[in-house]
Design a protein around this ligand. Structure first.
Ligand SMILES: *[C@@H]1O[C@H](CO)[C@@H](O)[C@H](O)[C@H]1NC(C)=O
Length: 616
């Protein structure tokens, strides 16, 4: 009888959930999973982008990162919601854990939680999470996603999860980090540096006194997205009576959420609020150092020698676009996701409230969001300009952007962030969130333009002023794909909750027009002309120490003459290389149709969300 019921549910799920839009979801999903379309490595790990010559924030197309993989988990959660089959969701979680949760953290038992950061002269606070997490999970290792991997081990470090520089014979993925400078200047290096490759001291750019070290870094918005995706899997599975099928994956998400609390604290665990002067601002104990927002990054590392030392450092900078109130809500109230550590649910409960307040604080007079706050001015607890002292956020100081003074910012990140706010509102019915969203939607709708069969959404925005009178204007708009789909999803949730017919219609128009205009054999894409690839590919790499030389595995030299291209010789084997080669020889700028996982998954998820919410 039980079997019959679940078969019936599956049939029900397959036949009646959604319609045109869930069918389109499945079309897009099948394109992504068609192996001929090149989204996956031979190890079954999705690339950031199937096109190897996509030079994006993660180096080249065949890297992968926690952002792409968190989107992949979300894609699979959505597939479960549409079809009732959650095995791809479980497989995705296993793959992500195997790939990006570092297995090699040799010296964490030497971490001193009373001195989390090894720094001379800085008065640092106590890490209030370490002991609790160690008690809960029986290990001193972290459970957070390292952000970046070289999927096919092209650089050759062989830093396959659990190994330190096992070399080019490994098939990958190999955990790497990027160097300093622009994307074209950076010298990628292994997360575990045992001095096998690079210069005399591996990739430690020092003349002497260097150490053999390991280091990992996270992009917390991606980790939070993995939790958010798991929350939707939990919702879908519950409604289909299948929650038991995904309990193992939910435990992984829950554990990730337990450790992700590190990003809710000041980077040196100093007291949050009016923290000025590194020697004056007091170190915090317990939650005195918590800002409760999803900050910019967390990194951790130590010595390769297990008897050496280890450190952890968070971030004092909080950007509105990293916030994820639905993930925080899930970690504080979904019994399947509340982390096991005793204080975790309460930390995330405080975080939900703080994040919603932060959206309110960073909302411009027009309705768009903009800006960040920091507990550490100039990243050194300096004295901020006096015009910032009146309107702080819990004593933290306003900055136009998370990485300095730039006043121009991309709308896409805003669309992602507001999507998380509207999902939170959809689930919680929080009226404070509703008021913020009402104002945002009223700003957005007139700025989405339909012209003939085309459409445009904002692209770059610029801000001026300081709170409470930050003003935002739209610099440019275009027919984007990923940001338009995220916008459509926001409007779908908003419309479903508030019965707003215009929001629903605009969501539908964006999805329909994108589908009609930009479908390709591999997914949905807009042709891009890369007129910076000639200067970019010939850019000299940035060597941080004068006179330093080294070699990559496979004997690729790194020296003052090395370029972006010379340290990546495999580019010449790429099927689209001829386009760049032609350009470097004086021909026209190359054109590509890239299919980044984050966009392809986002589009699929939007189609399914619209289909499931409105049964269309
Ligand atoms: C840990 O750090 C504290 C504060 O700096 C220090 O007093 C203590 O001796 C350190 N413990 C160990 C085992 O090094």
């Amino acid at each position: 009888m039980k079997i019959l019921v679940s078969i019936l549910l599956l049939v029900y799920a397959k036949c009646t959930r959604g319609g045109v839009y869930t069918d389109r979801f499945l079309t897009q999903y099948e394109k992504i999973h068609d192996l001929a379309n090149g989204y996956f490595s031979s190890n079954g790990v999705p690339y950031r982008c199937p096109e190897g010559l996509a030079i994006v924030s993660t180096d080249y197309g065949h890297t992968t990162d926690s952002e792409a993989l968190s989107y992949f988990i979300w894609l699979q959660a959505t597939y479960g919601g549409v079809t009732g089959d959650f095995s791809p969701f479980n497989n995705a979680w296993q793959m992500v854990e195997d790939t990006l949760v570092p297995k090699l953290q040799p010296s964490t038992s030497k971490y001193n939680h009373s001195a989390p950061i090894l720094s001379n002269g800085l008065w640092v606070g106590v890490d209030p999470l370490f002991q609790e997490l160690a008690n809960t999970y029986g290990t001193s290792d972290m459970y957070i996603l390292h952000w970046l991997a070289d999927v096919d081990n092209k650089y050759g470090f062989g830093n396959v999860n659990g190994k330190c520089e096992a070399g080019p014979g490994e098939t990958g993925p190999s955990l790497i980090q990027l160097g300093s400078g622009s994307i074209f200047q950076q010298i990628p290096s292994p997360t575990c540096d045992n001095w096998v490759y690079g210069g005399n001291y591996g990739f430690q750019y020092q003349d002497s006194d260097a150490n053999r070290v390991w280091i990992y870094g996270a992009g917390p918005d991606a980790d939070a997205r993995a939790v958010q995706a798991s929350f939707w899997a939990s919702q879908y599975a519950k409604s289909l009576g299948k929650i038991d099928e995904i309990s193992g994956s939910l435990q992984k998400a829950s554990r990730l959420g337990d450790y992700l609390r590190y990003v809710l604290f000041d980077k040196s665990f100093k007291t949050v609020g009016n923290c000025i002067d590194p020697l004056e601002c007091a170190p915090g104990t317990d939650r005195e150092s918590a800002h409760y927002l999803l900050s910019w990054t967390i990194s951790w590392g130590g010595s390769v020698d297990p008897n050496g030392w280890a450190w952890r450092v968070g971030s004092s900078t909080n950007y509105y676009a990293y916030q994820n109130p639905i993930a925080a809500y899930a970690l504080s109230s979904d019994p399947n996701l509340i982390p096991r550590s005793p204080t975790a649910a309460n930390d995330w409960k405080n975080s939900v409230e703080r994040q919603v307040e932060f959206f309110e604080y960073t909302q411009s007079v027009e309705g768009s969001f903009a800006g960040a706050v920091t507990n550490s001015w100039k990243d050194n607890y300096e004295v901020p300009p006096s015009n910032l002292l009146d309107n702080t956020f819990y004593g933290m100081f306003y900055m136009p952007s998370a990485d300095g003074s730039s006043t121009t910012f991309w709308y896409g990140q805003q669309a992602w962030a507001v999507d998380r706010l509207v999902q939170y509102y959809y689930i919680s019915d929080d009226q404070k969130a509703k008021a913020i969203l009402d104002k945002w939607v009223a700003w957005l709708l007139p700025n989405i333009k339909f012209d003939g069969n085309s459409y445009s959404v904002p692209n770059f925005l610029t801000l001026s002023g300081v709170p409470p009178s930050v003003s935002v204007s739209i610099q440019s708009s275009f027919n984007a794909i990923g940001t338009a789909s995220a916008t459509a999803r926001i409007l779908s949730y908003y419309a479903a909750k508030t019965n707003n017919a215009e929001a629903k219609n605009v969501a539908k128009e964006l999805l329909d027009r994108m589908w009609a205009l930009h479908q390709t054999q591999k997914g949905v894409s807009i042709t891009e002309t890369k007129d910076n690839y000639n200067t970019g590919f010939n850019t000299k790499v940035n060597i941080p120490l004068n006179g330093w030389t080294g070699t990559y595995p496979n004997n690729v030299p790194i020296n003052a003459d090395s370029t972006f291209l010379s340290i990546r010789p495999w580019f010449k084997d790429d099927p689209e290389w001829y386009k760049v080669e032609n350009y470097l020889a004086g021909g026209p700028a190359p054109q590509f149709n890239f299919h980044q996982m984050i966009e392809q998954a986002d589009i699929a998820i939007s189609l399914a969300t619209y289909g499931l919410l409105f049964n269309e």
